[in-house]
Design a protein around this ligand. Structure first.
Ligand code: HGY
Ligand code: MN
Ligand code: MN
Length: 410
């Protein structure tokens, strides 16, 4: 029995409707109307697939298929349902849909497994709304601080806590989400590759060995707002001048680091932000990623050293960590099981590294974890052009289905 292509297409196309920016890619942020519609659709499909549903304290949605012994740790399949701003319809969604389809197959064949099987649809992986990514999976393992819920705000100044409350969740219950230690036997995530390797090498499947290390920081440089006409050019404390030097500097550091290291200033806001005012303050984020944790460390230290050295004559800075995660090797046992199943299914696969972060990197801290990639057209993602053939998602789902049967012990 294999995944049903029409089901996969219908799920993805239906979920794509829950979108705040239909004229420009997909924007589906957490604790919004779009989130509510996703929750209703996924709950409906989980129920039809015979799953018992529950939402945890931060809005992660789980569907449980009982095993012969429900006291055993679970085999979990899932990914995130939120998106970046103006992103694509497959990032995260493909992994949730793969889980839904696996639940449907198990239900239709009334398959009994020894271990319970959970399907997971996780919240706020992208950090698109609040800037604090991998939130749902970090909450599951107790790696979200209570004051993060008031620290991180959206572009309208609404904090995570206020948005959760409005959505019907109790921020004070955050800690209740952290209840998965020793309760997950295996976690499997299907995800689009978001890069060009599988397509270029004409492979259908990527079996992920390691997820790169990631460091992300937010920085505020404070100078002095002044009249752009009357303030002599050598008497300014221009915050944007230093910030723009850092935009160039991180790029140079990543090129020098090699080994596929990347660094990005993705968000930059200038205050007061007027034609005729010298920028008095700049807020920006930078992140760097590498398979080699020392490269990440070096780039973070170099940026901090640069800020220290250049912040004088009225310029000061403040830097705050958003995320710091060493490279995450995934589970060798699951990798070899996936390789055996891929061979048995005659799939042309490639072992690879993930340059993107995923919920799997935090669940890995408490459970054996594996990831399957499916090809991205032209390697594009986090943009409206993001595309993966439904057929490829079906192939990836079939591989995960076989892997889950083994892990849950049919
Ligand atoms: O940023 C990432 O790597 C992921 O898409 N959240
Ligand atoms: Mn993403
Ligand atoms: Mn993703």
């Amino acid at each position: 029995m294999s995944a049903n292509l029409d089901n996969i297409r219908n799920d993805i196309d239906k979920l794509a409707e829950f979108n705040a920016t239909p004229a420009n890619g997909l924007t589906r942020f957490s604790y919004t109307d779009e989130h509510q519609k996703v929750k209703e659709y996924i709950s409906q499909e989980m129920k039809k697939a015979g799953l018992e549903i529950y939402e945890d304290a931060v809005g992660n949605l789980f569907g449980q298929r009982s095993g012969l012994d429900n006291s055993l740790p679970v085999v979990m399949v899932g990914s995130h349902f939120d998106s970046v701003k103006n992103g694509g319809i497959f990032d995260g969604t493909a992994g949730v849909v793969a889980g839904l389809e696996i639940a449907r197959i198990l239900h239709s064949k009334n398959i009994k497994t020894k271990y319970p099987i959970f399907i997971a649809a996780l919240v706020e992986e992208e950090g698109g709304r609040f800037g604090s990514g991998l939130f749902g999976s970090r909450a599951m393992i107790g790696k979200v601080a209570q004051d993060d819920l008031s620290r991180y705000k959206d572009e309208n100044g609404v904090s995570i806590a206020e948005a959760m409350q409005k959505f019907g969740l109790k921020p004070e219950n955050l800690e209740k989400a952290n209840n998965w230690k020793d309760k997950i036997k295996s976690f499997i995530e299907l995800h689009i590759e978001q890069g060009p390797i599988l397509e270029n090498e004409k492979k259908d499947i990527g079996i992920v060995e390691t997820i790169v290390g990631i460091a992300a920081y937010e920085v505020e440089i404070t100078g002095r707002p002044d009249h752009a006409g009357t303030t002599p050019i050598d008497m300014r404390a221009n915050a944007l001048l230093l910030a723009s030097a850092i935009v160039q500097y991180v790029d140079k550091l990543a090129i020098e680091a090699g080994e596929g290291t990347v660094a990005t200033v993705g968000k930059l806001e200038v205050f007061p932000g007027a034609v005729n005012i010298v920028p008095g303050k700049v807020y920006f984020t930078f992140e760097t990623r590498s398979r080699n944790e020392h490269k990440v460390e070096h780039i973070v230290n170099s940026v901090e050293g640069f800020l220290k050295e250049k912040c004088k004559n009225g310029l000061t800075y403040n830097i705050k960590k958003i995320l710091l995660k060493k490279p995450t090797p995934l589970s060798p046992k699951i990798i070899s099981t996936m390789e055996e199943n891929a061979k048995r299914l005659n799939l042309n696969y490639k072992n690879m590294i993930s340059g993107a972060g995923h919920d799997a990197m935090f669940i890995r801290e408490i459970a054996d974890t594996g990831m399957v990639f499916v090809p991205s057209k032209n390697g594009r993602s986090h943009c409206p052009e993001e595309w993966t053939d439904y057929e490829k998602i079906k192939i990836g789902t079939d591989l995960i289905y076989q892997t889950v049967l083994g892990l849950a012990e049919i």
